[in-house]
Design a protein around this ligand. Structure first.
Ligand SMILES: [Zn+2]
Length: 378
């Protein structure tokens, strides 16, 4: 059995489990991402305020700290850790023999020197996909002429081929359909955009230097002792298009790397939606919006062997919320727990609650989370 993990540098990671050519299990993991940054920012603001409150003058520290080699910001570290958590969980529940990871967006070796080689027509279909991935990165997914984003983009020749323009990447740019048609057989300079011509000559600086998060994950995956196969984003898309699969993170995950079977069987797969929620907060003192303390947190996290985030079944014998309910719980020292009943917050006594599932830092859904189908021509 081969487990494939693909890291998408966005809010999601696709995970899939393959037995031969058959997809056995798939999931889409939503990371905490910016929420980590937001809490770190708030912590920094509170600490800064505390340091400056009625204290003697202290010279500000400036550029006197450095990060160790390979340091990643906490929001990115958490992405790596979440993927490793799930790789570990999958390894405990089934005999995984190999891992695949999408390591880079495009393969520079396959493209040779992308800025000087006419790859698109010389090196076959796969190289074309690598070029597209490279172009999208280089032009940051925008139309070079009208800066439109989120629209279908076409690879466009700055000097048209009919007028002697080459297929080299340095002669290619991205344009929306409208701009491409308006430009017609003119060059970019004649079209009134000499800056596009100039920009196209500058190679993408870090074509070979790939995303640090993906490398950090790769090093982590290697520590499992399993063989790790690395794929590129270009190849993922090439494989997925050949299989006629829609663009989602879990379908991407099934198509990573050269070991992808010729014919994938994805029938009946309903991806598990996993959302990373964290394990609560370490903040001991809640403050108002000016940073003044208003409330101290209790040291105790569990009440009647339940804690916030657990999935509970509540059997309420009488009253407004009479009936049987299943919900996530917010525990209270008073014994009156908060549940979501009929879409609204409701107070239910702990005596009526039984824990079904202990909070493990994730919430789960079986439907595909909204916004996973990416329509951009990546
Ligand atoms: Zn345009």
């Amino acid at each position: 059995m081969i487990a494939r993990a693909v890291v998408v540098i966005a809010w999601w990671t696709g995970l899939a489990l393959l037995g031969g050519a058959r997809v056995v299990w798939a999931a889409e993991l939503t990371h905490r991402g910016q929420r980590i940054k937001a809490t770190m920012d708030s912590r920094r603001a509170l600490r800064r305020a505390r340091r400056q409150r009625k204290t003697r003058y202290r010279q500000p520290r400036f550029l006197n700290r450095c990060h160790p080699e390979g340091w990643l910001p906490p929001s990115l570290t958490s992405r790596v850790s979440h993927v490793m958590t799930w790789v570990g969980r999958l390894r405990r529940s089934c005999p995984i023999t190999a891992l695949s990871q999408e390591l880079v967006r495009f393969d520079t070796a396959l493209m040779q020197n992308p800025e000087i080689t006419a790859v698109e027509y010389q090196r076959g279909e796969l190289a074309g996909y690598e070029v597209r991935a490279y172009m999208l990165e280089k032009w940051q997914r925008t139309c070079a002429y009208c800066q439109a984003t989120g629209v279908p983009l076409e690879v466009e020749h700055i000097v048209p081929t009919a007028r002697g323009g080459s297929h080299r990447v340095s002669n290619l740019t991205l344009a929306c359909t409208a701009c491409n048609q308006k430009k017609g057989s003119r060059t970019a300079t004649e079209f009134g955009h000499p800056e596009v011509q100039a920009q196209a000559r500058i190679p993408l600086k870090d074509a070979a230097a790939v995303n640090s998060t993906r490398w950090a994950l790769y090093r982590q995956l290697c520590t499992t002792g399993l063989p790790v196969e690395c794929g590129t984003g270009g190849r993922t898309k090439y494989n997925r298009t050949r299989q006629h699969l829609p663009k989602t993170h879990w379908t991407d995950a099934t198509c990573v790397g050269a070991n992808t079977p010729e014919k994938l069987c994805v029938a009946g797969i309903q991806p598990l939606g996993i959302r990373a929620m964290g394990h609560g907060t370490r903040q001991m003192c809640r403050t108002d919006r000016h940073g003044f303390p208003v409330q101290h947190r209790a040291r105790q996290k569990r009440y009647w062997s339940m804690q916030t985030g657990d999935l509970v079944k509540a059997v309420v014998p009488s009253g407004k919320y009479q009936g049987t309910w299943i919900s996530r719980v917010v525990v209270k020292a008073s014994g009156w727990f908060d549940l979501v009943i009929r879409g609204k917050k409701a107070s239910v006594h702990w005596k009526h609650c039984t824990r079904l599932w202990a909070a493990d830092g994730y919430t789960y859904t079986l439907s595909v989370p909204a916004g996973t189908v990416v329509s951009s021509p990546r």
